[in-house]
Write a protein that binds this ligand. Sequence first.
Ligand code: PLP
Length: 950
Amino acid sequence: MPFEPTDYLPYDFANRRHIGPSPDEMADMLEVVGADSLGALIDETVPKSIRQEKPLDFGKPKSERELLWHMRQVAKKNEVLTTLIGQGYHGTVTPPAIQRNILENPAWYTAYTPYQPEISQGRLEALLNYQTMVADLTGLEIANASLLDEATAAAEAMTMAQRVAKSKAKAFFIDENCHPQNIAVMRTRAEPLGIEVIVGAPEEMDAAQVFGAVFQYPGTYGHVRDFTPQMDAMHEAGAIGIVIADPMALCVLKEPGAMGADIAVGSTQRFGVPMGYGGPHAAYMACRDAYKRAMPGRLVGVSVDSHGNRAYRLALQTREQHIRREKATSNVCTAQALLAVMASMYAVFHGPKGLKAIAQRIHRKTVRLARGLEEAGFEIEPADGFFDTITVEVGLFQRGVLQAAVKEGVNLRRVGKTKVGITFDEATRPAIIEAVWRAFGIHRKDEDLDPEYRLPDALVRTSDYLTHDVFHMNRAETEMMRYMRRLADRDLALDRAMIPLGSCTMKLNAAAEMMPISWPEFSNMHPFAPVDQARGYAEMVQDLSEKLCVITGYDGMSMQPNSGAQGEYAGLLTIAAYHRARGEGHRNICLIPVSAHGTNPASAQMVGWKVVPVKSAENGDIDLEDFRAKAEQHAENLAGCMITYPSTHGVFEETVKDVCKITHDHGGQVYIDGANLNAMVGLSRPGDLGGDVSHLNLHKTFAIPHGGGGPGMGPIGVKAHLEPYLPGHPETGGAEGPVSAAPYGSASILAISWAYVLLMGGEGMTQATRVAILNANYIAKRLEGAYDVLYKGPTGRVAHECIIDTRPFAESAGVTVDDIAKRLIDCGFHAPTMSWPVAGTLMVEPTESETKAELDRFCDAMLAIREEIRAIEEGRMDPENNALKNAPHTMEDLVRDWDRPYSREQGCFPPGAFRVDKYWPPVNRVDNAWGDRHLVCTCPPMSDYAEAAE
Ligand SMILES: *Cc1c(COP(=O)(O)O)cnc(C)c1O
């Protein structure tokens, strides 16, 4: 024999990409855990009564090369035309340096939400730039760090207006010039809350009748109006004025703040973020200072660290807004951080002069287009002034013009029965102008001879914006590249270390899965492009939906919700519509265990339901007797329950089927929060347990990266009886209203999850689930004795995550969960989920992607921290001046005078920390309270740097 035949499977074939531990490592780990085999461990952990019957089988999984080839074929079925439909979505030019250094850079896209500020200073700075950009452009004082999309941001503004308005009127006015999807999403949101919606022309608004009103600027048909009179009238009446504004238009047009607007919202998509068939891109919200505490979403603010140095962190209640449960101002959790970072970098790249030049060029091209049409005898609307959009009356020729345009490679917008809408953008070239003219039968050359403006004089912007230094740096790409690199280096993302976040499933986002989202066939599709141009998307959505149905045991799937919480809201609306259709619309009670994620009660509140909390039993399970009693007590009005499986305590509850049965017996529907699906895929299906609806967090279980706080996708699966009540959309139909701006939410990132499913196959995904459970049990076992693990199943196993009890150390050593979390930074780790679902504890979820070496590094760090605590307990270490209290340690600490009762070595290089590749946090512990007392949420002037350092 010339060689020994090997049965070793190369990397690509054995799912070695996604599954961390090698077969040998798994054998060692099983020994530590005390299980005979992986199968035996799973049998002990996942109760027989909930196991699925058939193994998952999607045929042979694809290799990476096969996958990319296959996805190319599907992508080619999308025909990307130049799309001038507008309606809130625009062609844009992503600067290649941003595409490569941010969008395609794992240091940015694999980061977690910046709840641990010390390891998040880079993305916090980028988001602060974003907030500054939005505040400047809108002329309002304060802006948040992104919302999901323009339509949902408008809906958030509506409910915010209701909270803060002095007027007690019950109605809300919507300008008929708002984009149709904005109107539709606001209607959906208004209905269950009993808000009466009045849609009309801006001049028809009667301020005395409403608590608030919203206007689109520029309007969907191109009008630019000054809303100052409306704002004045509303303020007189104690109502709130909202403007939905295009940030590109604001570079040349009078800002909403100058009109007296109280709130502005909009989409920053055209700041360098591709359309992606609907998303993801960042919506923004800005408001007057007086309303900042009522603002939904996350807000980055400036604070100081323990040495008085400037440091950023999430501000106010927005740190974890939804922790306020049914009292939360909204359910927004995952938003669009990565896309906000891209948009902010686009502004940094171009600076105020560049943005103004881009906006002027867009306008000038639109004027040229209009002149050509007018000179050929067409009637243009609005005649008196526009920015980038015009509407042309074509009478009977609408179809003909639209078709002729498609032949020219251009999509125009169908407006009413006799008009055509055209919206220009940064990418519109002279050849496109000529092509559009040809669609109207006009043959002429585009010449930019005498630049002409058609902005109404009174609406030309006179104020400055983007005056901060960051928007005036040297724009050589060298400098830009280094700025993005410097910020990325301040952060700890998955490209450096495990992020063991319970409930958040920070698994690998494989490179091959990420590649297709940059392909123009996926990224440059307009969400309202004719469906026959989007066949590739249709195929992908269809196939992914079918596979997710098989995985979850549901019959139908809606891809519309663009976050998990949005999925909850959509699922509850679906249940409510079902009850209504059966004449049981009065059902409005929702049972939710106290251990539920805060978005659950926040979502229930958004559909007008009352939340009845259900107790937890000693062992962490739902208290079945309490559940039964409450279901009986509210049987008349029971709308449903919201439970999480496996529970947020990290346990497969055996009683889940009873909980579902009790709910059904009392006329309710069961919502199973699917955020923990990574512990179930291939082993158990929520649809089989008795669930009627679940959302899946594709950015947890199905490999979409977290992006430092978004994007995400939260599709919902439903049983057949609920299918007719899934969200509809003005563009695609359906009886129910939409919950998101685009029919398939943030459609482009579905490609990541689809790639994940195709690469893994049924057996691969099932193995991932098993290994996720093994990894969690390995950690629980290794930490045994040092820490108590709260909540285990009857056989002593945990599911895919475990809760480590750190509460006893508060008493024994004065050490808090914060101290441990910050000390983990010194060890080179992002802390686990802190104080949820149990205050004072850490919830660890390693996922299947982490290798044994990384798990051991984490366990070694945790065990060493336990010994540091012991030293305090035993009086060997100062209870105030110790490595835990002083954590995290910076490079400054290392080189500064050292007067501590432990060595530099002990302080800066605890077990777990790498020597050569040591992660140094850029700041010491951040003082959250200081920042809340001195709230600053835009980039402070440079002169402040000196002050903060004092
Ligand atoms: C993450 C999570 C959610 C919310 O999902 P988002 O995508 O952040 O909106 C809801 N429930 C649970 C249990 C979660 O872990």
